[in-house]
Design a protein around this ligand. Structure first.
Ligand SMILES: NC(=O)c1ccc[n+]([C@@H]2O[C@H](COP(=O)([O-])OP(=O)(O)OC[C@H]3O[C@@H](n4cnc5c(N)ncnc54)[C@H](OP(=O)(O)O)[C@@H]3O)[C@@H](O)[C@H]2O)c1
Length: 237
């Protein structure tokens, strides 16, 4: 366990899945946690009640609303950018607007949120984005645009780590492999195919991702920056 008491923490996209595990983890370690959500109001309210975290409705695709929410949290210690969309399919027939919205949520929002957070962030703060092992390996068809968005996070964290390093602020991407959530259920139709690419043939649990985020966000993570921290059961090996 880490001690996040007195730490001001914001999780973008915290109502479900990996984001909800992040909220529970930081809140149970004493953090002052707020999280955003877009569509899942009921889940967000239930999580806020159970964890003591504050739920804020903010669509990451709305840049002005997003930066206002980040700025409104004041001096953050930890920003976790988890909100993400997944659009898979034949690039020749996929809806171009759906692809652009995914790019808005997965690429534009993390960049603008990270920069906005850094304006006021305390020294030795932490910026963590939830990327994906698909930034390194896309072993099936239909995932080009999603892989594009997660690969973009690699460039972002390398660059921002340089920009904010003097203040002791670290910037990292955690890259999960298949992880049990609404986006990628452990019992879903793609599960067996995904497990066939893995050394450890199961989905990760969201708590296993949150555990590592807590490590990076804690005092032992002070020298980890500009890095990709992959948790994928060997999917990318
Ligand atoms: N699950 C996996 O296998 C896996 C693997 C690698 C990477 N990832 C990445 O991990 C992150 C979380 O994935 P997950 O599996 O937990 O997905 P999920 O079960 O679909 O949950 C997504 C979360 O992000 C929020 N969100 C989505 N779009 C948003 C928006 N426009 N504005 C604000 N919040 C938004 C959702 O909130 P609302 O429902 O309230 O909108 C929800 O809380 C994503 O970045 C995903 O790409 C997942």
């Amino acid at each position: 366990m880490s001690d996040f008491s007195d730490k001001n923490i914001l999780v973008l996209g915290g109502s479900r899945g990996i984001g909800a595990a992040l909220v529970r983890r930081f809140a149970s370690d004493g953090g002052k946690v707020a999280f955003t959500y877009a569509g899942s109001r009921e889940a967000a309210v239930a999580l806020a009640q159970a964890s003591g975290a504050e739920a804020i409705r903010t669509d990451s695709a709305d840049r002005d609303a997003l930066t206002a929410t980040v700025a409104g949290r004041g001096k953050l210690d930890v920003l976790v950018i988890n909100a993400g969309a997944l659009v898979l399919g034949d690039p020749l027939t996929l809806d171009a607007d759906a692809i652009d919205r995914m790019i808005d949520v997965n690429v534009r929002a993390p960049y603008h949120a990270a920069v906005e957070a850094a304006r006021q962030m305390n020294d030795n703060g932490r910026i963590i984005v939830i990327g994906s092992v698909n930034a390194d390996r896309m072993p099936f068809a239909g995932g080009a645009a999603y892989a594009l968005t997660k690969a973009a996070m690699q460039g972002m964290v390398r660059g921002l780590a340089r920009d904010f390093g003097e203040r002791g602020i670290t910037v990292n991407s955690i890259q999960p492999g298949p992880t049990d959530s609404d986006m990628n259920p452990a019992e879903g139709p793609m599960a067996a195919t995904m497990h066939s690419f893995m050394a450890i043939k199961r989905h990760a649990k969201p708590d296993e991702i949150a555990e590592y985020a807590a490590f990076i966000a804690g005092p032992h993570g002070a020298m980890i920056t500009g890095s990709m921290q992959t948790i994928d059961g060997g999917f990318g090996a």
